[in-house]
Ligand binder design. Structure first.
Ligand code: BES
Ligand code: MN
Ligand code: MN
Length: 457
């Protein structure tokens, strides 16, 4: 692998310390008790961007958390890149499963451990330090105009960013979007995600009797809402792990044999996948590989389920209500609107006699596939090839970044997902971490992207 440029090596310690200062601010968007910290994290980012050389900095107020905006001006003839990322993080619960506290970052085994280390503060900070690196004394300069757009509500659905984008189309005018909020296959197998799944998310409530009942007096003669919910959920998959909602697969894009054969060439080990999460065997939809199941196929998962008595000891009760959170990952050309309607109608239709069911939709998002034949993709692939010494392979990702489809539909812009995380970084889980290697490689790679892109357009 090529050596790190001298400036990065000389300033690595400071870059890491700055990132760790930022990670110390618990910018959890889901929990109102962290609201002040979210604002502090936005301020911190704005100041660091300004110090790095960005201009026209703004904290754009929204109905929720502020958007951090800034620009770099290269000149009227230079192309404009809109860099998006998020400074909010997932809740750190359960705290007791962290080996070091989530908001007291530490470096262990060459990895930064903290909530947000990879998703997405660590990856956003690469862009701040890449800007500094390009503009430092003796740096090569920045050949592109840049618009930085960092939001504080990605982890809760980006609802206010959507409004902001629709209201600020002129301000956000650009030639391409650049995002570092995804992963690659391995540190020695660079890759670029060229697809994201969509999301349809629902909370369901099953109601039986008008109060909790003694399970001896009433048991056997009433439909137990928890039993009913379990039966209903179990019926959502068949024995091949196909989803049974009628018409669910109607619009799913089927890849050709050739496309699937090409996907299968990506270096991916099923054994390593199983080992890394402590499973004897992977499991999923019949007829598809693990890679396919987590990228080009839609899924349905229960994310939470509750009801009845869960305290100490035994309580013989039939609960009046049972609840679950159920989400579906969507692929092209499913839409969250279509799938949400199908789910809602089906779930209500399968309710057994004796219970009533309500379905409440949460935020959704649309799937996207980003082009691999674009100037911007090639600029990113060439940049990675330079810094990793290996050509990155395109992969279809399994996660969701709902704003990416919005950028396409509202601004007409394609995105390049230049992410440096790894699946093993434990994002959203206890002990989230980000490799120092990955952080520094990002800072090194991003300037090459700007250079390649400006030279090609
Ligand atoms: N950065 C992730 C998405 C991601 C992770 C994409 C890894 C590809 C690889 C993002 O912050 C995220 O967690 N998105 C949520 C959706 C959102 C609506 C809460 C997700 O995918 O669950
Ligand atoms: Mn993210
Ligand atoms: Mn996330």
């Amino acid at each position: 692998m090529p050596d790190q440029p001298a400036y990065l090596a000389d300033h690595q310690t400071r870059f890491l310390e700055e990132l760790m200062d930022w990670l110390r601010i618990p910018s959890v968007s889901a929990d109102p008790k962290f609201h002040g910290d979210v604002l502090r994290a936005a301020d911190f980012l704005k100041s660091r961007l300004e110090e790095a050389g960005a201009v026209n900095l703004e904290l754009c107020q929204t109905a929720g958390n502020p958007i951090v905006y800034g620009e770099y001006h290269a000149g009227p003839d230079a192309p404009t890149v809109l860099v998006y990322g998020h400074y909010d993080v997932q809740p750190a619960d359960p705290y007791e499963l962290w080996t070091s506290p989530p908001f007291e970052p530490v470096i262990k085994d060459e990895k930064i451990y903290a909530r947000g280390a990879c998703d997405d503060k660590g990856q956003v900070y690469m862009h701040v330090k890449a800007l500094e690196t390009m503009l430092r004394d003796g740096g090569a300069g920045v050949p592109c105009n840049i618009k930085f757009l960092f939001e504080g509500e990605e982890e809760v659905g980006s609802v206010n960013l959507e409004t902001f984008v629709k209201a600020n189309k002129e301000k956000l005018k650009a030639d391409v979007i650049l995002i570092s909020d995804t992963g690659m296959l391995a540190n020695d197998v660079p890759s670029i995600e060229v697809g994201l799944r969509g999301l349809s998310y629902h909370e369901v409530e099953v109601t039986g009797p008008n109060r909790d009942l003694h399970s001896g007096i009433y048991g056997g003669a009433v439909m137990n809402p928890i039993n009913a919910l379990c039966t209903m959920i179990a019926s959502l998959h068949d024995e091949n792990r196909h989803i049974t909602i009628p018409a669910f697969y109607d619009n799913v894009e089927e890849l050709s044999k050739e496309e699937r054969a090409e996907m299968a060439l990506a270096p991916f080990s099923n054994e390593e996948f199983e080992r890394s999460i402590g499973l004897p065997t992977a499991a999923g939809e019949a007829g598809f590989s693990t890679m396919e199941r987590t990228s080009i196929r839609p899924t349905l998962d229960v994310n939470g389920i509750w009801g009845g008595y869960t305290g100490e000891g035994a309580k013989t009760v039939i609960a009046s209500k049972a609840y679950a959170k159920i989400s579906m990952r969507l692929v092209p050309h499913q839409t969250s609107e279509e799938i949400s309607a199908l789910f809602q109608a089906h779930f209500i239709s399968i309710a057994p006699a004796g219970v009533t069911v309500t379905v409440k939709p949460h935020h959704g998002g649309e799937p996207v596939v980003t082009p691999t034949n674009s100037v911007a993709y090639k600029a990113a692939a060439d940049a990675m090839e330079t810094t990793f010494g290996k050509r990155p392979v395109p992969t279809r990702g399994g996660g969701s970044i709902p704003i990416v489809a919005m950028f396409k539909s509202e601004l007409g812009l394609d995105t390049v997902l230049l992410g440096f995380g790894l699946d093993s970084d434990a994002i959203h889980s206890p002990n989230e971490h980000y490799g120092v290697f990955n952080f520094m490689k990002g800072i090194e790679t991003i300037p090459h992207f700007y250079r390649n892109y400006a030279a090609a357009v």
